[in-house]
Design a protein around this ligand. Structure first.
Ligand SMILES: *[C@@H]1O[C@H](CO)[C@@H](O)[C@H](O)[C@H]1NC(C)=O
Ligand SMILES: *[C@@H]1O[C@H](CO)[C@@H](O)[C@H](O)[C@H]1NC(C)=O
Ligand SMILES: *[C@@H]1O[C@H](CO)[C@@H](O)[C@H](O)[C@H]1NC(C)=O
Ligand SMILES: *[C@@H]1O[C@H](CO)[C@@H](O)[C@H](O)[C@H]1NC(C)=O
Ligand SMILES: *[C@@H]1O[C@H](CO)[C@@H](O)[C@H](O)[C@H]1NC(C)=O
Ligand SMILES: *[C@@H]1O[C@H](CO)[C@@H](O)[C@H](O)[C@H]1NC(C)=O
Ligand SMILES: *[C@@H]1O[C@H](CO)[C@@H](O)[C@H](O)[C@H]1NC(C)=O
Ligand SMILES: *[C@@H]1O[C@H](CO)[C@@H](O)[C@H](O)[C@H]1NC(C)=O
Ligand SMILES: *[C@@H]1O[C@H](CO)[C@@H](O)[C@H](O)[C@H]1NC(C)=O
Length: 545
C-alpha cells in the first residue's frame, strides 16, 4: 500500500479526542496524518549518550539479552538503535553504505535477525548532509539507495542527523527532510523517521527559523530531536542541569505533539554517574508525563535493580504510552515547584510536581488548577510511584516533604458527574519565557512566572480565557483591537481566541495576535512566528494546524 496524504486535507483544526484520532486514521496518511506508523512514543535503547562511538555487535547482543532478562523488553522497550560511527569510512563501489566489519563482524542483517528473534526492532543513524557528525559518509545525494539499503538489512527506524548541511538554512533542511519523507511515504513499510533538524536551530535570539522547522517535522516524521543533546556519560558539567535544559525546551513545544508525532528531549541517561536516584526517577517521570520517547542510553546489563524498577514502572509507562499522547504542560512555576498536568485517554487527569529547588519542600495544589471542578466533587488520586490511592479532600492535593529534584506524580480519576476538564495553566511567551499575568485595573502584563493565580489561565472551549484570580473576567481585545485587557466575560468575539500550531493566539473578532512588548500590551497584526507572538498554552487547548 502506498501511503500518501492529500495536502488539501491536512490543514485543519483538530481536538485530539479518540474520535479525531479515528478520523485521522481513516481520512489521511503520513506521520501525524498517519499515527499508525508510531501510534505511541518509541521506547528502547540507543548507545550514544553512554558509549558514543564505541559501539559494536557485542554491546547490542548483550543489551538485547539483558533487556529480555530484566523484563525491560516485556515492559515495552522494543527498539535497539545504533547511533553514529557504525559505518566504514567509505561507500562500497556500487555506492551502498557499509558497516564497520570490526565492530559488526556478523554484519547488520545478522544483528537485525538476532534482535528480532528476541522481540526487538533494529534502528539506525544517518545524516542528511555530506558527512555524519563523526565524519562518516552522509546520505546527501544517496537518499533513495540508503533507504533501500536500511530496509534490506531489516532496519525499520532511522535517526537522521543534520551535520554538514550546506547551506545551513531552514529551507535547505526542509528540502532534505521532505525528500526523505517522500521516499519513506513511497515504501510499503515506511521507516520510523526521527528528525534532528530542529536541534540545529534551537539556539539564538531569533527563534523564527526554529519554530518554522518545528512546523514541518510533525508532517515528515514520527519524532524530532528538537534541541541540545543530553550530557554524555563522560561529559563535563551537571547531568541534572542538562536534563533541566532539555526539559525546559520540551515545555516550549507542546502544541506540536499529537498521536503519531512526538517531541524528543533526548535519551534517558539511567546510569549517569552525576545523577542521584531521585534525579533519575524525576527524569523518567517527566519524560513519561510528556509522552516523550523513552530511549535508554546506559549499559543495561549492569543497571542496578532500583534503576530497572523505575524504568519498568507500568503506571508511568501507561502514561507515556497513553493514546491521546498529550504532552503535560505547566500549570505553574515558582521558585521551587513546577506543577504540570494533562488529560489521559480514559478521562483521568495527570498531576506531576517537580521540586526544582535545593531543599525538601511541601506544597498544596487546588484541583481548580488542574481544570477540575471543586464544588460537590470528590476525587481519588493514585500515587504512581507506589500505587497508593488517596482521596482528595477540600479540593486540594497536598504534597508533603518532596525531596530536592524529586518528582511526585498522580493519576486522578474523575467521577462521572465531575468529568469536565477545562484546559488550565500558564500562558507564556516561548522566547522570553514571561508569563501572561492578570494585573490590577483589569490590565495584563508579561512578568516573570511566580505561580500566582493571576498567572494560571483557564482556556474554555468557547475560546474565552480567564485568570483563576478572577474567573468572571475574560481576556478582551478592546478599543478597536489595539489594547488587550480583562473585561466581564460575555459572548462577544473580541473575547474569543484561537490557538494555532504556529503558537499565535489570535483574536477571533479582529484577527490580531497577542503580542508581548507592544505599546500598552497591545494586540498587533499577526506576523510570521515572531518571538513576541509565540505562546505556550495549557495542554488540551484546541490547536489549529
Ligand atoms: C564493544 O563495546 C563495548 C562498549 O563500548 C566495549 O566495552 C567493548 O570493549 C567492545 N568490544 C569490542 C570487541 O570492541
Ligand atoms: C572500525 O572499528 C574498529 C574497532 O572499533 C576501529 O578501530 C576502526 O577505527 C573502525 N573503523 C572506522 C572506519 O571507523
Ligand atoms: C552493493 O555492494 C555490496 C557489497 O559491496 C552488496 O552487499 C550490495 O548488495 C550491493 N548493492 C546492490 C544494490 O547491488
Ligand atoms: C557536499 O556534497 C555535494 C554533493 O556531493 C557537493 O557538491 C558539495 O561540494 C559538498 N559540499 C561540501 C562543503 O563539501
Ligand atoms: C513517490 O511516488 C510518487 C508517485 O508514484 C512519485 O511521483 C514520486 O517521485 C516518488 N517520490 C520519491 C522521492 O521517490
Ligand atoms: C527573524 O528571522 C526571520 C527568519 O529568518 C526573519 O524573517 C526575521 O526578519 C527575523 N526577525 C528579526 C527581528 O530579526
Ligand atoms: C541550587 O543550588 C545551586 C548550586 O548550589 C544554585 O546554583 C541554584 O541557584 C540553587 N537553586 C535554587 C532554586 O535555589
Ligand atoms: C506512597 O508515597 C506517598 C508519598 O509519595 C506516601 O505518603 C505513602 O505513605 C506511600 N505509601 C506506601 C504504601 O508506601
Ligand atoms: C496607549 O495608551 C495611551 C493612554 O491610554 C494612549 O494615549 C495611546 O494612544 C495608546 N497607544 C496605543 C498604541 O494604543
Amino acid at each position: 500500500m502506498v501511503l500518501s496524504c492529500s495536502s488539501k486535507m491536512t490543514p485543519r483544526s483538530v481536538l485530539f479526542t479518540a474520535a479525531a484520532i479515528t478520523a485521522f486514521l481513516t481520512t489521511c496518511s503520513a506521520s501525524i496524518e498517519n499515527p499508525a506508523i508510531q501510534p505511541t512514543p518509541p521506547m528502547g535503547f540507543n548507545n550514544w549518550a553512554r558509549f558514543e562511538c564505541v559501539l559494536n555487535e557485542t554491546l547490542f547482543t548483550e543489551t538485547a539479552d539483558a533487556m529480555v532478562a530484566t523484563g525491560l523488553r516485556a515492559a515495552g522497550y522494543d527498539r535497539l538503535n545504533l547511533d553514529d560511527c557504525w559505518m566504514a569510512y567509505s561507500r562500497a563501489p556500487n555506492g551502498s553504505l557499509q558497516w564497520n566489519e570490526t565492530k559488526f563482524p556478523h554484519g547488520l542483517p545478522w544483528l537485525a535477525d538476532y534482535v528480532k528473534a528476541r522481540g526487538f526492532h533494529l534502528g539506525i543513524y544517518e545524516d542528511s548532509g555530506n558527512a555524519t557528525c563523526g565524519g562518516y559518509p552522509g546520505s546527501y545525494g544517496h537518499e533513495q539507495l540508503d533507504a533501500e539499503t536500511f530496509a534490506s538489512w531489516g532496519i525499520d527506524y532511522l535517526k537522521l542527523d543534520g551535520c554538514n548541511v550546506y547551506p545551513d538554512t531552514e529551507q535547505e533542511y526542509q528540502a532534505r527532510y521532505s525528500h526523505w519523507h517522500q521516499i519513506f511515504s513511497n515504501m510499503s513499510h515506511p521507516l520510523v523517521f526521527s528528525e534532528s533538524a530542529p536541534a540545529y536551530f534551537a539556539s539564538g535570539d531569533n527563534l523564527t527559523d526554529w519554530y518554522t522547522v518545528m512546523d514541518w517535522v510533525p508532517v515528515y516524521g514520527e519524532l524530532a530531536r528538537h534541541s541540545t543533546d543530553i550530557l554524555v556519560y563522560v561529559g563535563e558539567g551537571s547531568a541534572w542541569d542538562s536534563i533541566m535544559v532539555n526539559y525546559n525546551y520540551n515545555l516550549l513545544l507542546a502544541r506540536y505533539q499529537a498521536p503519531g508525532y512526538y517531541n524528543d528531549p533526548d535519551f534517558l541517561i539511567a546510569d549517569h554517574p552525576g545523577l542521584t536516584l531521585d534525579e533519575k526517577r524525576s527524569h523518567f517521570a517527566l519524560w513519561a508525563s510528556f509522552s516523550a520517547p523513552l530511549i535508554i542510553s546506559a549499559y543495561i546489563p549492569a543497571l542496578p535493580d532500583e534503576v530497572i524498577a523505575y524504568l519498568k514502572n507500568s503506571d508511568l509507562i501507561a502514561v507515556d504510552q497513553d493514546r491521546l499522547a498529550q504532552q503535560a504542560t505547566l500549570v505553574s512555576r515558582d521558585d521551587s515547584f513546577d506543577v504540570l498536568t494533562r488529560s489521559l485517554a480514559n478521562g483521568d487527569q495527570l498531576l506531576t510536581v517537580l521540586n526544582r529547588g535545593n531543599d525538601t519542600a511541601s506544597t498544596s495544589i487546588a484541583v481548580a488548577r488542574l481544570g477540575l471542578e471543586e464544588a460537590g466533587c470528590s476525587y481519588a488520586a493514585k500515587d504512581l510511584w507506589n500505587g497508593t490511592w488517596t482521596t482528595i479532600v477540600d479540593g486540594k492535593i497536598d504534597i508533603k516533604d518532596l525531596a530536592s529534584h524529586a518528582t511526585a506524580v498522580y493519576r486522578i480519576s474523575l467521577p462521572p458527574r465531575c468529568s469536565a476538564v477545562v484546559p488550565t495553566g500558564m500562558i507564556f511567551n516561548t522566547a522570553s519565557k514571561n508569563c501572561l499575568t492578570a494585573s490590577s485595573q483589569h490590565g495584563i502584563s508579561f512578568a516573570e512566572c511566580n505561580g500566582d493565580d493571576t498567572q494560571v489561565w483557564q482556556v474554555r472551549s468557547s475560546g474565552t480565557i480567564s485568570p483563576l484570580s478572577d474567573q468572571s473576567a475574560c481576556l478582551t481585545a478592546e478599543d478597536g483591537a489595539s489594547v488587550v485587557g480583562l473585561s466581564p466575560c460575555g459572548k462577544d468575539k473580541n473575547q474569543q481566541w484561537a490557538y494555532a500550531v504556529t503558537g499565535n493566539l489570535k483574536n477571533v473578532a479582529s484577527g490580531v495576535c497577542l503580542t508581548e512588548g507592544a505599546q500598552n500590551n497591545t494586540v498587533t497584526v499577526c506576523g510570521f512566528e515572531k518571538n513576541t507572538q509565540v505562546w505556550a498554552l495549557p495542554s488540551g487547548v484546541e490547536v489549529s494546524r
